[in-house]
Design a protein around this ligand. Structure first.
Ligand code: GUN
Length: 291
């Protein structure tokens, strides 16, 4: 079993970006990070994004509307960021409060600043294999992890568990693309799938993006499979100082010995998401600057 070190690969990408940003004369790329309310996971993710941006030399603007913000107020805030010439990328941290329409919010972000890749145009470009848009950061990070660890999807059966807009659907489209490194044969499973283990056991590459702690067990995995664990779940653990531990969607202790390669949680896909966000921000800067 080979452990895929997302921290190490993300650090390599950050170093590449840092050199690229250092060479930019004048105004540096800028990302606006919008976090509505105080969801504890979101607080920690946005902090991590802010810290990584600073390390690379990307400016960040943190905007923290209260959980009571209305949909029209949030739209007005996004409209102002869309129009702000000093802002290159805009990220609205998910999840949003129940009274906010998340998809409508993602659509409100200008396609040219949509570094999260969640608006209609950018998702459509993934389907059309048009590289001029922005690919959602977690799926882009998974493809980069596979590429940099020498996993070519051509001829492989890629089984995705989960059909979210943020991960499941876009990673399936990317794995399916007719280009180098992709060309996978893709199956998407979800909560309505009959006999899910029968499908996951066929996977050469298994991508778990369900959002349920340790859902994928050894009985669901073929020996030698590449296992990509996208989940980050908080499980109560009184022995920990903060009262919880982080675990993935894969039951790591039983699956790791079987797997050919596997990503740990934390330290697998998570850091890659942040690295790709930074990469998209530099891309947005260049697109807007005509560079
Ligand atoms: N919540 C979980 N993953 C993501 C992500 O990639 N972007 C945003 N904005 N929210 C998320």
């Amino acid at each position: 079993m080979e452990l895929i070190d997302g921290n190490q690969i993300a650090a390599a990408i950050a170093a590449e970006l840092k050199a690229e940003v250092a060479a930019i004369q004048g105004r540096k790329p800028c990302i606006a990070l919008v976090r509505v309310g105080e969801d504890p996971a979101s607080v920690s993710y946005v902090k991590k994004k802010e810290k990584t941006a600073a390390e690379i030399g990307i400016t960040s603007r943190i905007i923290l509307p209260p959980v009571t913000i209305s949909q029209p107020e949030l739209f007005a805030l996004l409209d102002a960021l869309n129009a702000d010439p000093d802002v290159d990328g805009i990220l609205v941290q998910s999840p949003l409060p129940k009274h906010i329409d998340e998809v409508a919010t993602f659509r409100r972000v200008s396609a040219l600043k949509d570094v999260d890749g969640f608006n209609t145009l950018n998702l459509g470009k993934v389907a059309q294999e048009d590289d001029t848009g922005f690919v959602a950061c977690t799926p882009a990070g998974i493809m980069e992890l596979l590429r940099r660890t020498g996993v070519d999807l051509k001829g492989k059966h890629v089984v995705v568990v989960g059909r979210s807009l943020i991960v499941g659907k876009p990673i399936a489209l990317l794995a399916l693309q007719k280009k180098a490194g992709a060309n996978g044969t893709v199956t998407i499973c979800h909560s309505g799938t009959a006999d899910l283990p029968a499908l996951t056991r066929q996977a050469d590459v298994l991508i778990a993006a369900i959002g349920r702690a340790e859902f994928v067990t050894a009985a669901m995995v073929k020996r030698g499979a590449v296992v990509i664990d996208v989940g980050i779940n908080r499980v109560a653990d009184p022995s920990k100082k903060n009262g919880y531990r982080l675990t993935g969607d894969v039951h790591f202790p039983s699956v790791a010995p079987l797997a050919g390669k596997i990503t740990p949680v934390p330290g697998g896909v998570g850091p890659m998401t942040v690295a790709m966000l930074m990469k998209n921000t530099v891309k947005a800067f260049r697109l807007r600057a005509g560079q």
